[in-house]
Design a binder for this molecule. Sequence first.
Ligand code: MLT
Length: 263
Amino acid sequence: MSVTLYARDVGQGTPLVLLHAFPLSSAMWLAQRERLAGRFRVVTPDLRGFGGSRLGDDEPSIDAMADDVAQLLRSRGIGKAVIGGLSMGGYVAMALCRRHPDRLLGLVLADTKASADPEPVRQNRLRRAEQMETEGSVKVLLDEVLPNLVGPTTYRQRALIYGRVRGLVQATPPAAAAWAQRAMAARPDSFDALRETRVPALVLVGDEDTISTPEDARAMADALPNGELLVIQRSGHLTAVEQPDLFNQAVSDFVAAIAKTMD
Ligand code: MLT
């Protein structure tokens, strides 16, 4: 059963749907809503369990999150959109490529990877999920995940951004975070789906990203028949938050080029 997602929906024109990272919410897309809504219709949902969206009672699965997004598009009268996702949002975007390819005008994959988790990573996610449920807290994420979310440049030079990301992690409900960890642990490899995705695709990655590395990004761009890769300098895993101007420029040029082909 799909969950009705809470979504911020601003601007007009070609629809651009942006799917957030773990363990954040649509609040991470503030700079994209501010800067891109002048040119496009920017829709930023809270994925199930995060922000203003309820968790529902399905088994953990990235596919369920993708079906929620497809349902959101239907309910807002959006036939096709440029779908962008950062990290976990990228996993959801790739599930949309697999399950709802007719919804895509274009694809933006930022700081994410198409491979499934190796077994030790999977086990680590399941351990964290159990710990969050037992403790009723996301402390384990603050200790183990937060330190790697932003790159060393942001950590040293942009304390306000680091503080903002920390606040978003702290606001995550433990049950949603545990559910999402299990969903990510169960996700399949998406390289076949990318090979079959014919729409234009933009792959972005921070040069300091250690969670989804520039090598992961290159592998996705190589698999996509119509993919281009852009490495964003002096950014870690959260390019949209750490280097919003560079991120927005790249996405804006990409969506504008797609929009032009539709005139
Ligand atoms: C994210 O930023 O969404 C997470 O790092 C994804 C993951 O844990 O693989």
